[in-house]
Design a protein around this ligand. Structure first.
Ligand code: ZN
Length: 315
């Protein structure tokens, strides 16, 4: 099947969500507290559906199991990655995710290493990225006594920034930030601190202090150093590559040809519009489109003025 698999994702209401997924990406929202769009996902909490071709209407989870050839006969039993767009109209909880070993033992799913490409950020927007404790004892003490100002490391962000967030990293996305997240397919979050705010039923959301202290690492997070490569009309930026995934930003202004080097690709158009050419077929692309290039697509071309976030699994 030499066709891209266009996907319809799922929207998720959150206490910190807003309406930017509607205003910026034209997704049809049914809540003004829409926090997440799970764009490319086979996770049970929000499965993307195929929009075109012979597999139209099928869930990505089912397709991954029924048609392994499309994914190059992958090793991973579950579709390993998840692409989300998040609209933080307010702070997300301060949180941490387990690694694979801890998550498989305690949650029966993958761990969660993630990374963020900042699509938009209000003036003065910040994230929490790491903490100041040097020992587990200090960490525990500062969490238990709520010394948040001393413990949590704040970093200013602007559009175009990129952050690598390995499992075990203390983190929170701050108010006024729209990001595209590439992550392992997992939905396990341990909440350390939630700003003491109630949800819509007046309840505080659950915290997971024991699990958080178990999995938080002491080392300061090391962000990746993006590497730019200009080839003709393409500016390719390698954002991060690790044991789980490789993520690029591709900016095309004109025309650019590609040859496959990974079994399959996950692609999200974050800006502009243009065409995707595969053999003699043309598919039009616009901001907010998400698709997979399956294994049978050995080469392709983009034309137009568009920016994509592209990833593949290293499983
Ligand atoms: Zn997270």
């Amino acid at each position: 099947m030499k066709q891209p698999l266009f996907l319809q994702g799922t929207l998720h209401e959150k206490i910190w969500g807003g309406n930017r997924l509607g205003t910026v990406f034209n997704y049809e929202l049914n809540s003004d507290k829409t926090g997440e769009y799970w764009a490319i996902s086979a996770h049970g909490n929000g499965v993307s559906q195929i929009l075109n071709g012979r597999f139209e209407g099928m869930g990505l989870d089912q397709l991954y199991h029924l048609e392994p050839a499309l994914f190059g006969y992958p090793k991973s039993k579950v579709f390993p990655l998840l692409i989300k767009i998040l609209d933080a109209n307010d702070w997300l909880s301060v949180q941490v995710h387990p690694d694979d070993a801890y998550a498989l033992a305690h949650e029966d799913e993958l761990g969660k290493t993630e990374c963020w490409y900042v699509l938009e950020a209000d003036e003065g927007a910040e994230i929490i990225y790491g903490h100041t404790a040097k020992t587990k004892e200090d960490l525990k003490e500062m969490i238990m006594t709520g010394q948040w100002d001393e413990l949590l490391t704040r970093v200013s962000v602007k559009a175009g920034d990129f952050f690598y967030v390995p499992s075990g990293t203390m983190h929170a996305i701050g108010r006024g930030i729209l990001i595209l997240e590439t992550q392992q397919s997992s939905d396990t979050t341990y909440r350390v601190y939630d700003f003491d705010r109630p949800d819509k039923s007046g309840q505080l959301r659950e915290l997971h202090l024991k699990e958080s202290i178990d999995v938080l690492t002491l080392a300061e997070p090391k962000n990746s150093q993006p590497v730019d490569l200009k080839v003709g009309d393409l500016m390719s930026t390698l954002l991060v590559s690790n044991e789980f995934f490789t993520v690029y930003k591709w900016e095309v202004k004109g025309q650019a040809s590609f040859t496959q080097t990974a079994p399959y690709y996950l692609m999200s158009v974050i800006e502009g519009e243009g065409d995707l050419l595969i053999d003699n077929d043309t598919y039009s692309l616009k901001k907010g489109d998400h698709f997979i290039l399956p294994n049978h697509v050995a080469s392709w071309e983009f034309s137009g003025d568009l920016t994509l976030i592209v990833s593949y699994s290293n499983d």
